[in-house]
Design a protein. Sequence first.
Length: 340
Amino acid sequence: MMNTVDIDWKNLGFNYIKTDQRYISYWKAGSWDEGTLSEDNQVHISEGSTALHYGQTVFEGMKAYRTKDGSINLFRADQNAERMQRSCRRLMMPTIPTDVFIEAVRKVVKANEKYIPPYGTGGSLYLRPYMIGIGDNIGVKPAEEYLFSIFCMPVGAYFKGGLTPSNFVVSDYDRAAGNGTGAAKVGGNYGGSLLPGAEAHKRNFSDAIYLDPTTHTKIEEVGAANFFGITEDNKFVTPLSPSILPSITKYSLLYLASERLGLDVVEREVFIDRLDEFKEAGACGTAAVISPIGGIQYKEEFHVFYSETETGPVTKKLYDELTGIQYGDIEAPEGWIIKV
Ligand code: PLP
Ligand code: COI
């Protein structure tokens, strides 16, 4: 039986809401414990935790969706498990096996089932797996103890307006170093993005766009989302760079654009002074879903793509296909949906 909670499902933003249970597991003496669900949303860790001083912290972002028939879908959860393993290796942290990760996600979703936004409201249950180095440390070296946890909360649109286009500004700051940690989902990348993000917001833009750190001529990321553009001759293009986070949504769209919409798709360089090659553009990610980009401010110039107020037709088709699969209305490519 589903209990109900008093939440205004249609007006959810992207804000912390405390839910009932979270998964907690500790790594000590070279292995993970069994893991438990806990009602306590506070974390009690040593002042010497490497997560606090040296940024030994990785995280993931994924969602559970309520379908029309009342079942619950996870979207490509194995991909989040694998990316987290890669992030952990980059920061010399232990990894969580994919099956353990997915089983923990299942437990958290089930334990908080009443917080999953009902089908048709446009909301979903956002899951935040994370791992941090803990224990008594002071030297700059990997911790010997770790905490892995997954918590969740209902969310709506990440960029205000959802499928309404919004505008972005190219930042002078770099998000990541050329051979740094840009491709890993590690806390430090986001700490460094707070100031550029705040400066963008102050100028009334949705977020900052980051260029490649070496030449500052190519688009890398749109805030905490990947960029895509649709060219005048209907190609789906996303940037290719070693310092971009490999977005699971982006790879899904590359497949869907090609296999379901019949577009040519390509990962390649996207030059900031060639925005006129795109008739539509957008940001994609778990939180962002597909957020159309109205225009981009680059130095003194403001470039408008399809429209500042309306979503372009290809972007809309991609959005319908992606969300249709996530909410179970459209048949998913094999292996993309895991039932809770
Ligand atoms: N880029 C950055 C910097 C992100 O934080 C995210 C969010 O996870 C993405 C892109 C999108 O990745 P995904 O589609 O796997 O959520
Ligand atoms: C996500 O899309 O899951 C993200 O990680 C974005 C974010 C809120 C950091």
